[in-house]
Design a protein around this ligand. Structure first.
Ligand SMILES: Nc1ncnc2c1ncn2[C@@H]1O[C@H](COP(=O)(O)OP(=O)(O)O)[C@@H](O)[C@H]1O
Ligand SMILES: [Mg+2]
Length: 338
């Protein structure tokens, strides 16, 4: 039976700064500006995060850096202790029944954590042994995975010399070694070349087709769109939107976003833009104006006419089709990549 994942009201407050390795995301979180000698401020990484992932789903956590994605994965994989709330893998309480929960999961952490003093094959075999696989079974499974991940030619080389893409492939192979029911993949394809990314996507889909549950975090909406059955959009430690990629995209009032720049933006221009049929929302954005609409390019002539009426000039237009990126922008006022 496929195994689901559930969290209820998870909160995590970090009371000390993150280790240097995770500082990249932390700088925007406030730790970077701490004056010398001052007490480190508490950082609320999760602020009541509730999720329900059905067994057999590919579920995505989509959100910008610092949203709390890795903290969520950390809690669900027993590496981070929650401040409060509940986390379950299947029927097992992750914190109280760690051993049972751990047997059901495989993890690819955001940062590669391979032992450089071992070969690729040894890494898989040791992992299999740790999970109690018999010798013959271990060797067979390692061979299959090395082959599937196109690592066979390098199987007996130390991982020290591996490229980022090879390490990422090996990390995923290791996570799959004991054939876990639930896989956690924390930004598995960040920094990968397109070919490797496509290979990982194919293997993730194959794994899922065998009834396995997959939770994947990403800040890449193309990946979320391509891979996930359902998504939770996460920001500041909370779920701000939930649904299938198609549902989420359809939920933006006017899925098209037109980012406009005029020589100036007088209030009467905003008003006349609002009156154009097909435009559902007009919002000032810095020096420009964001327009949400049911269509894209075919609105430009009406927009130019409205500008002329207010004696201003349209200087620049950027049109994006309905996407998760626009969805995020709509909910938070910020771009996913910021
Ligand atoms: N080990 C840690 N110690 C202290 N603060 C942390 C730690 N890990 C993450 N944080 C902080 O918690 C917040 C959420 O981080 P994280 O869960 O890594 O988000 P994401 O994976 O979405 O980028 C950030 O503000 C980050 O700086
Ligand atoms: Mg992260």
């Amino acid at each position: 039976m496929a195994v689901g994942i559930r969290t209820r009201d998870l909160r995590k407050v970090y009371t000390s700064p993150p280790p240097l390795a995770v500082r990249g995301a932390a700088l925007s979180g406030g730790f970077g500006k701490k004056p010398k000698g001052a007490k480190a401020p508490n950082v609320v990484a999760l602020d009541g995060l509730s999720l329900e992932v059905a067994g057999g789903e590919i579920f995505g956590l989509l959100g910008p850096n610092g949203a709390g994605k890795s903290t969520t994965v950390g809690i669900l994989t027993t590496r981070v202790r929650p401040s409060s709330g509940e986390a379950y893998i299947g029927e097992f309480d992750v914190w109280r029944q760690q051993v049972q929960a751990k047997r059901l999961i495989g993890v690819v952490q955001q940062r590669p954590n391979l032992d450089f003093s071992l070969t690729a094959r040894e890494i898989l075999l040791f992992h299999g042994a740790y999970f109690g696989m018999a010798s013959q079974e271990r060797h067979k499974r390692a061979n299959e995975l090395l082959e599937r991940f196109q690592l066979t030619p390098r199987a007996d080389d130390l991982t020290r010399g591996f490229s980022g893409g090879m390490m990422q492939r090996l990390s995923l192979a290791r996570a799959m070694m004991h054939d876990p029911q639930v896989l956690f993949l924390d930004e598995p394809s960040t920094g990968l070349d397109p070919q490797t990314r496509l290979l990982l996507w194919t293997i993730i889909r194959e794994y899922n087709a065998r009834g396995k549950t997959i939770l994947i975090t990403t800040h890449n909406m193309e990946e979320a769109d391509a891979l996930c059955n359902r998504l939770a959009i996460v920001d500041h430690g909370k779920v701000i939107a939930l649904g299938t990629p198609a549902e989420l995209k359809a939920s933006i009032p006017g899925g098209y976003l037109l980012q406009l720049r005029f020589s100036s933006a007088p209030p009467e221009l905003m008003e006349s833009l609002r009156r154009i049929s097909g435009i559902t929302e007009v919002r000032p954005n810095g020096e420009g104006i964001d327009v949400y609409a049911d269509r894209g390019g075919s609105l430009i002539s009406a927009i130019v006419a409205a500008a002329a009426e207010s004696s201003v000039e349209l200087r620049d237009v950027h049109i994006s089709e309905p996407s998760l990126e626009n969805l995020f922008l709509h909910h938070t006022g910020r771009s996913l990549r910021q």
